[in-house]
Write a new protein. Sequence first.
Length: 339
Amino acid sequence: MPKRALFLVSAILSLAAPMCAYAADDAEAWTPTETAIRAATAGISLPQTIASLSLTKSGEASNGGRAVDNYAQYLSEDGAIQATLYVYLPTYADASLAAYMTDKAIMERFGSRTRRTAYASAPVAGKADSAIRAVYDDAADGALTTAAGFVHAGRWIVKIRVTGPTERRADVLAGLDGMLAGLALDDPASLHATGPAKFDSCLAADIHDARFTKDDTMMAAPQDVRIPREGKDALCVRGTVTTADGSYDMLQQAGRSDGAIIVPVDDSGTVLAFDPAVQGKGYKLSIHMVGQTDLYGVYDRVPSPRQIAAILDGKDPQTAKAEATAAYAANGVVTMVRH
């Protein structure tokens, strides 16, 4: 199963020394102007200088040449404050879920002393509640302050991470708030209202193993997974999936036992989804990533945590290979390939 690593945490800690901001092969991802950098296909731009930060490097994090996974790195003059802007196209787009998974990654990465001191909706482009703003103090045993912002615009997710020494906390927050304030969209109406995910208790869940069958109708483009997004309705943790790489939550809408179930895998948009089949009973499996959805067959019920762990670990022979793949281009074109 293709997926990226926890890129928001790792990339911010390993920024390269300042480089030429625009490489020749990055033209499809970013278009520079005199004062800004612009992700052309997404219609999203940000000034090249914000607060104490200046653009040093931009490019594509993965999927080279497709312009669906773009980053821009910023540094303060002394290199102490580091920031990264990501503009990417996950096929399961949800800023609230991105914030939730990044929160988990930060807490795991930076240790038990890390304190979440802000986590709430914020304005973008003059529209209230169009971003989630998060701040973490005393990270890395008190050495760092790190902050993040999350925006959902059209089909795109924007993530901002700013990190610096604890004694430079004011500069870190000025960088984050300046980036959120400076974010410009060709179509402000494309912004999705968002807020932190809310959680409630789950109804009792059936945890028996499910039976899997092939699906011969796989060539239609994937439909949106039918679960509330952007913090609009409470979610709940149906169960926990334990794999060789870690533990993952099975999430569903609180108060419902017949809706979709998702299993977020990382903070870069990898999500397993079990969606009620359109015709007949059962749940269709799809795996969503940046610019790609892998489509599988139908289970007669929601698979057990043991079965989902086998899928994630690559040990389930039934899902060793997708039945079909939907590849998403930056311009919105979807190409279906049956395997």
